[in-house]
Design a protein around this ligand. Structure first.
Ligand SMILES: C[S@@+](CC[C@H](N)C(=O)[O-])C[C@H]1O[C@@H](n2cnc3c(N)ncnc32)[C@H](O)[C@@H]1O
Length: 264
C-alpha cells in the first residue's frame, strides 16, 4: 500500500457490516502509517493546485468524502473550510482529534445528503472501497449532488487497471514521532488480483507489532475496486462531469488524478 493510502476495506456491504481492523480494534495504529504533514502534504499541494487551476468559481468550501483519520483534512483546512464525511465512527474520532476546527459527519458515500453544496469535493483513497460500477456510480452521483455548479472534484484512486502491479508488496515502518513508548510496528501490504477479468483485487496486510520487544502478528484481508481509465472516464461523463486527468508521482508510485468539473 502506498504510504499516503494506508487504510482500505472490503466490499461496500462488508464496509457496512464488518469494519476492517484499522477502522476498529487496530485504529490506534492509524496515526503511525504515513505522516499527515509530510506524506499527505505532498498530495495536498498537488490537489490544491488543481482545484485552484480548474474550478470555475471561487473556492472557499471543500467536502472531503471518506475523510478517514483526517490526514488530508489537516492539510486542506489551511486553504478551505473543510467538512468531512466517513462511514467509520472510529475514524471520525481520529479526524476530530486531529482537526477539532472542522465539521465531520458519519455517512455512507453512496447515499448521504447534507442538504448543502460545496465549491470543491475531494475523493481520495476511500473511493477504492467502491468495488462495483453500481456503487461507484452512486458515490459519484453523491459527489456531483454536493458540488456547486462550476465547482471541481479531485479524485485519485489508489490504482487503475493500467497502474496495478500484480503481487506488489510493500513494507512500511511506523512513523517514529507517532510511536508510543515501547511500541514498534511494521506494515506489510500485498496486492493481488486473482482474476484480471473482473473489477476488483485483494489486499492483505500484516501488522507486525512489538510491544516491549514481544511480537504479535495481526492480519487483514479485503477486496478493493479496480477499474480501467476508460471506465473511470465513462463513469464521470455519465454522472455529468467534464473530466480531465493529470499524472501524480509520489514516493516512486504513479497515480492518476481525475479533475472533474460540474458544468456551470
Ligand atoms: C484510507 S481511509 C481514508 C484516509 C484519508 N484519506 C485521510 O486523509 O486520512 C478510507 C476511508 O474510507 C472510508 N469508507 C469506506 N467505505 C465508505 C463508505 N461507503 N462511505 C464513506 N466512507 C467510507 C473508511 O471508513 C476509511 O476511513
Amino acid at each position: 500500500m502506498q504510504k499516503r493510502n494506508p487504510q482500505k476495506t472490503g466490499t461496500p456491504s462488508e464496509s457496512r457490516s464488518t469494519p476492517h481492523r484499522l477502522s476498529s480494534d487496530l485504529a490506534w495504529l492509524w496515526p503511525m502509517w504515513g505522516d499527515h504533514a509530510s506524506d499527505y502534504g505532498r498530495y495536498a499541494d498537488h490537489a490544491i493546485g488543481l482545484i485552484r487551476r480548474h474550478a470555475q468559481r471561487p473556492v472557499a468550501t471543500l467536502l472531503d468524502i471518506s475523510c478517514g483519520g483526517g490526514k488530508n483534512a489537516w492539510n486542506f483546512k489551511r486553504h478551505f473550510k473543510v467538512t468531512g464525511v466517513d462511514i467509520s465512527p472510529t475514524m471520525l474520532d481520529q479526524t476530530r482529534r486531529l482537526n477539532p476546527d472542522c465539521d465531520f459527519v458519519q455517512a455512507d458515500m453512496r447515499t448521504f445528503d447534507l442538504g448543502k453544496r460545496f465549491d470543491a469535493v475531494l475523493m481520495d483513497d476511500g473511493i477504492s472501497y467502491m468495488t462495483s460500477r453500481a456503487d461507484l456510480s452512486a458515490a459519484l452521483a453523491t459527489a456531483f449532488h454536493h458540488l456547486e455548479p462550476g465547482g471541481v472534484m479531485i479524485l485519485t484512486p489508489d490504482v487503475t487497471t493500467e497502474t496495478f502491479c500484480q503481487n506488489q508488496t510493500t513494507c512500511t515502518p511506523a512513523e517514529e514521532k507517532y510511536k508510543p513508548t515501547g511500541i514498534e510496528v511494521v506494515f506489510v501490504e500485498n496486492n493481488y488480483d486473482p482474476d484480471p477479468t473482473d473489477e476488483h483485487y485483494e489486499t492483505t496486510i500484516l501488522y507486525l507489532i512489538r510491544e516491549n520487544g514481544v511480537l504479535r502478528v495481526e492480519t487483514d484481508r479485503f477486496i478493493l475496486g479496480l477499474f480501467s481509465l476508460d471506465t473511470w472516464i465513462e463513469m464521470f461523463s455519465d454522472t455529468g462531469f467534464l473530466v480531465q486527468r493529470q499524472a501524480f508521482r509520489d514516493d516512486g508510485v504513479d497515480y492518476t488524478t481525475f479533475i472533474c468539473v460540474k458544468p456551470a
